[in-house]
Design a protein around this ligand. Structure first.
Ligand code: FBP
Length: 544
């Protein structure tokens, strides 16, 4: 594979590890844990993996281990740093015994079920150190939830002598990792399952997990692009740029980019829901800011829109909840796509039908039809940026007629998501991911299953990071998925009383009125620490 000069230089980077992981470790165990909600139900569903203690590694003696093999799966959307998790795991496993082997399952959890795998050799590994992407083995969204899949999985794990499987994924994939860990523990199959917190969305975090990997690099990549747009915007002074940002339900990415770039407007879905705003309220809020800037002669600006916004408008949220229930019924499942729309229309409540009919046809179809394998509405496919700018234009025209607005409203639209998911990891993600992978090898060596690899205290220098494991059941509660109550990891949404949102809220009126843009520029790997090694503003505000 031909490489750029930057790739060659970057390949030589040795990621940092927490001090505790530099030599042999012992696991210091805390008290028994509880799930975040529905304790009785979760305990009953996970009798073998519920209540385990939180673990922290300390320097100590490692008991000698027989050689063993490990399997790895990349699950769900790409996130910068995936290859570093693999290289950390690879180096960690080899450091325990050079004869140990690492096998990668191809194209996500489906590779385990279909027995598609490859050995990660030292030469192959070296090709991918510190690179973005998941292409070393590929990723996929197959949902691991059926006994039949678990049984097919154990066949190949046994054939390859695999003692532990590491699943790198978001909340849904780690939920499935936990279900698999429980199943293999109940059956006494002798295969451990360890999860690893991945997703650019930043919504897999809690008291134990400071951030999911990839969030840092993805946000820095989008912020570079937004900064470039803002500079263009402030140079030409003739467009309003409507920029949708990935992040699925949570608005963490939009919020982080707002903290980095200081746009004129940033919508936060969680706030829209809390304030019970309608679509018209959101449109009015944007139009007012456009009109206020126009009154000062500024017919330009930037609007950041989290991709999940539409789901958080309370009336639409209610509609989606009912659509999910209807679509999960066997009758609906057996219908073709166009018949499903008619079926849905005849089965939803009058109130929801009104909301459904008020939406542009393309948006209504998206809400009514496409779900990913985990039952999520595919919000990345909904063009909210175009929907909102069109509605703002209509409102401004109306205000013009009423003499309330004088100005020009030229628009440009952008959607940033795929641009950042495979970016070369920032120093933060390169170190964090490598540590997560290396740490997973220590959880395996200590015989743990049903744990997520966790690295904490990451706003401090890497040498002070804390390494350990958290039982996945601790993060679970019961939620409705595909029409049924299921144990799932609780998604972390933007907290309106959290420091990042409060800081943003204290500044946004000024940012709306004035042109206070910040241009963060590209990610830097070499240079002063304040340029190269800063964690996200979200993390800094959460930990200050
Ligand atoms: P994960 O939750 O699997 O990490 O994926 C995140 C994400 O990038 C979302 O931000 C986005 O909505 C979705 O994936 C897009 O999915 P796809 O890659 O299937 O188009």
């Amino acid at each position: 594979m031909e490489k750029s000069a930057l790739q060659i230089a970057r390949a030589a980077y040795q990621p940092k590890l927490p001090k505790a992981l530099l030599g042999p470790v012992v696991a210091k165990e805390g008290k028994p844990t509880q799930s975040v909600g529905n304790q009785e139900e979760i305990k009953a569903l996970f009798p073998n993996t519920y209540g385990m203690p939180v673990i922290e590694f300390e320097a100590g003696e490692q008991k000698p281990l027989e050689p063993f093999n490990v399997g790895i799966i990349l699950s769900g959307g790409q996130a910068p740093g995936g290859h570093n998790v693999i290289s950390g795991l690879f180096d960690g496993v080899k450091s325990l015994n050079p004869a140990n082997k690492l096998y990668g399952f191809i194209l996500g959890p489906g590779g385990l079920v279909d027995h598609k795998y490859m050995e990660i050799t030292p030469e192959l590994m070296d090709e991918y150190r510190n690179t973005g992407g998941f292409d070393i083995i590929g990723s996929g969204r197959t949902k691991l939830e059926e006994v039949d899949q678990f049984e097919k999985g154990i066949q190949i794990l046994r054939e390859l002598g695999i003692k532990a499987l590491v699943i790198i994924g978001g909340d849904d994939s780690n939920t499935n990792a936990c279900v698999l860990a429980e199943y293999y523990a109940a059956k006494k199959y002798g295969v451990q399952v360890i999860g690893c917190p991945k997703t650019i969305d930043g919504d897999l975090k809690n008291e134990q997990i400071e951030t999911s990997f990839g969030f840092d690099t993805a946000c820095k990549t989008y912020s570079e692009l937004i900064g470039n747009i803002q500079r263009d915007c402030n140079s030409a002074r003739k467009y309003w740029h409507f920029i949708k940002l990935m992040g699925r339900s949570a608005s963490h990415i939009a919020l982080e980019c707002a903290l980095q770039c200081q746009p004129n407007i940033c919508l936060i879905s969680e706030e829209v829901e809390a304030k019970n705003m309608s679509l018209d309220d959101v449109v009015t809020y944007i139009a007012q800011a456009v009109a206020a800037r126009a009154a000062e002669g500024n017919n330009f600006g930037t609007v950041l829109i989290p991709e999940g916004l539409i789901e958080f408008i309370p009336a639409i949220k209610k509609l989606i909840a009912q659509l999910n229930d209807i679509l999960a019924t066997p009758e609906a499942q057996n219908l073709g796509r166009s018949e499903q729309i008619d079926f849905v229309k005849t089965h939803i409540s009058k109130e929801n039908l009104e909301v459904f009919n008020s939406l542009p046809t393309s948006v209504a179809r998206q809400l009514a039809l496409d779900r990913d394998p985990h039952g999520n509405v595919q919000v990345s496919l909904i063009e909210t940026e175009k929907l909102l700018s069109a509605m703002v234009a209509v409102k401004l025209e109306q205000w013009k007629k009423e003499g309330k607005y004088v100005g020009k409203f030229g628009t440009q639209h952008h959607f940033f998501g795929y641009e950042g998911r495979c970016a070369a990891p920032s120093n933060y993600d390169a170190d964090y991911c490598y540590s997560l992978g290396y740490n997973a090898s220590r959880l395996i060596a200590n015989g743990k299953t049903g744990y997520m690899s966790v690295i904490r205290n990451t706003t401090a220098p890497a040498s002070e990071w804390i390494a350990g494991g958290v039982p996945i059941t601790m993060m679970m509660n019961m939620e409705k998925r595909n029409g049924k109550m299921k144990p799932v990891i609780r998604k972390a949404l933007v907290e309106l009383d959290g420091a990042p949102f409060k800081f943003f809220a204290s500044k946004r009126d000024m940012w709306a009125k004035e042109t206070a843009y910040v241009y963060p520029g590209p990610i830097q790997y070499w240079g002063p620490t304040e340029v190269c090694d800063q964690p996200t503003k979200t993390l800094q505000l959460e930990h200050c």
